[in-house]
Design a binder for this molecule. Structure first.
Ligand code: FMN
Length: 223
């Protein structure tokens, strides 16, 4: 049995999946059990769509021409603050460079980096995915509740022998996603989560993202 500590340590964002299918009841069970995540006032502000099986094939067919033609939707929220100050800027840069180093894509090759980024919109090859929406009326506390829900999904996926990648990249295709899923206008797309079995041979899956030393962010007040 996987302990919580093991699941926390083993989870990482996986960016190359095997096409092997994952049964819908297993995935639906993970998404259902993750709703034990806490939320302020027990609002449970997450709205979740699971995409799997033939629907995933139809979704990919819908996305393919958009990706090929470089079509995107005007974003509904900013993924990062406009001026990302330190230390966040450096952290973001470091994880990006570590990933592109594993992929062998240099900084100058912008086209290759763009092509790689577009793999987000194929869920990095994953056979299944979840989309998480939030009511437009909700504020930062409820958005943070979505984070708790997402992490619970990702830890339960580890326990089930699966891997995940949370994907804000879908903010550039929110209209297409909404249309396909039939999600109502009052919900805003927060992110997708690619789910499946990791490709053990893919170099990008060896990425082990840094964490800042705790002296940078933890203060203990004891006496
Ligand atoms: C809400 C959220 C959205 C994210 N969106 C993306 C994304 O669109 N594409 C991607 O490759 N990684 C995405 N990530 C993964 C982060 O880059 C990753 O969590 C971070 O670099 C730490 O690495 P780790 O998850 O492997 O520990 C996202 C993570 C979170 C929590």
């Amino acid at each position: 049995m996987t302990t919580v500590s093991e699941a926390v340590a083993r989870r990482s964002s996986i960016r190359a999946f095997l096409p092997d299918p994952v049964p819908t009841p297993l995935l639906a069970g993970i998404l259902r059990r993750a709703a034990r995540a806490p939320s302020g006032g027990n609002l449970q502000p997450w709205h979740v769509w699971l995409l799997n099986g033939p629907a995933m094939a139809r979704f990919r067919a819908m996305m393919a021409p958009r990706i090929a033609e470089g079509i995107t939707d005007p974003p509904e929220y900013a993924v990062y603050p406009e001026r990302l100050g330190e230390p966040y800027r450096s952290r973001r840069f470091a994880v990006g460079e570590a990933m592109y180093a594993l992929l062998g894509i240099p900084r100058e090759d912008r086209a290759a980096r763009r092509r790689w980024f577009a793999r987000n919109w194929d869920f990095f090859g994953a056979p299944a995915a979840a989309f998480v929406f939030v009511d437009r009326g909700m504020g930062p506390p409820q958005w943070s509740d979505l984070g708790g829900y997402l992490q619970t999904v990702m830890l339960l996926a580890v326990e089930a022998g699966l891997a995940t990648c949370p994907q804000e990249a879908w903010y550039l295709h929110h209209r297409a996603v909404r249309r396909f899923l039939g999600a109502p206008q009052e919900l805003m797309l927060f992110c997708g989560v690619a789910i499946g079995h990791p490709d053990p041979d893919a170099a990008v899956n060896r990425l082990h993202s840094d964490r800042a030393p705790e002296a940078e962010w933890l203060r203990v007040v004891e006496d």
